[in-house]
Design a protein around this ligand. Structure first.
Ligand SMILES: C[S@@+](CC[C@H](N)C(=O)[O-])C[C@H]1O[C@@H](n2cnc3c(N)ncnc32)[C@H](O)[C@@H]1O
Length: 290
């Protein structure tokens, strides 16, 4: 079955970035190419550099877009400067970050992102990377696991879950996603509004992919390659990411580098969320280089 990833806040992203004919734009998280496809409609004979660290997503985006104006690059967006340089460009008119995972990750069981999956705990966006979520739960000291769950998952039972993980792995290596989800459920008696494993899985994903550091570096580097009047648009999906984006833009405004376009973050419309429930936590912020 074909995996479909509906681009989140597509209309708002285009309004905010204002892609113009002849402009050079970077989609730093091209994923399955939804936002990129829309941007291409506005840039005439311009250029779009699409980045993703997931080889499979890049391949699918390439097939979807089939366009001479597109240059695709595999790598971390923290290295956006180098990748843009390799594409023969020095300064760009706009950068889009739509961070996090795509449906390709969440719906493909063997990528090991979903707590419903019976496949090994993996969660690597870049499959060439060595560290997996399985390594963290089976090898890291209890204190480090607790810290990851507390800081990246804001998990209130981080200590008890870390203890349960370590107690379990003395008897048997934790292999599948569902096995870890069962360990977490044994700590949480009863269920709240969300599945008890949600926060732990978010935390492990952030740790495996070093997501928060990637975001800090990616934002900083992209501010250096934006032309004056160029725009940056960031869509994030949880408060830890949004805080980084907000503070970054505020800091750049204070230093006279950016004007902030979105005084408050934009959020998806009721209709967007109805069509695409995974968009419900999205927050979009934008700024323009002075
Ligand atoms: C939410 S999806 C983007 C979906 C895309 N906007 C679309 O319309 O199809 C996020 C993508 O960013 C990629 N990604 C996340 N963090 C990254 C990073 N630090 N460097 C490069 N790619 C990253 C993921 O592999 C994923 O494909």
């Amino acid at each position: 079955m074909a995996i479909i990833h509906l681009p989140v806040m597509l209309r708002e992203a285009v309004i905010l970035l204002e892609p113009r004919p002849g402009g050079i734009y970077v989609d730093a998280t091209i994923g399955l190419g939804g936002h990129a496809e829309e941007m291409l409609k506005h840039i005439g004979n311009g250029k779009l550099i699409g980045i993703d660290r997931d080889e499979e997503s890049l391949r699918m985006a390439g097939k979807r877009l089939l366009d001479d104006r597109v240059v695709l690059k595999k790598g971390n967006f923290s290295e956006i400067g180098r990748m843009v340089d390799e594409a023969g460009v020095s300064m760009v008119d706009g950068v889009l970050f739509d961070i996090g995972t795509s449906m390709l990750h969440l719906r493909t069981a063997d990528r090991g992102f979903s707590f419903l999956s019976q496949e090994p705990l993996d969660m690597r966006m870049d499959r060439d990377q060595e560290l997996t979520a399985g390594d963290i739960v089976n090898k890291y000291p209890e204190k480090d696991i607790e810290k990851i769950l507390r800081e990246y998952g804001e998990e209130r039972l981080s200590r008890r879950i870390a203890k349960a993980i370590v107690r379990y792995r003395i008897k048997k290596r934790i292999i599948t996603c569902a096995e870890l989800a069962d360990i977490i459920c044994s700590v949480y008696k009863g269920r709240g509004k969300i599945h008890p494993a949600t926060r732990t899985f978010q935390a492990l994903r952030i740790a495996v992919n070093d997501e928060l550091n990637e975001l800090r570096k990616g934002l900083e580097t992209s501010s250096g390659i934006l032309k004056s009047g160029g725009r940056i648009c960031v869509i994030s999906y949880h408060s830890l990411e949004d805080r980084i984006v907000k503070n970054f833009m505020k800091d750049k405004r204070e230093k006279g580098v950016f004007n902030i376009i979105t005084k408050k973050p934009l959020t998806p419309s009721f209709e967007d969320v109805r069509q695409n429930p995974s968009a419900r936590s999205a927050k979009m912020r934008g700024a323009e280089k002075i």
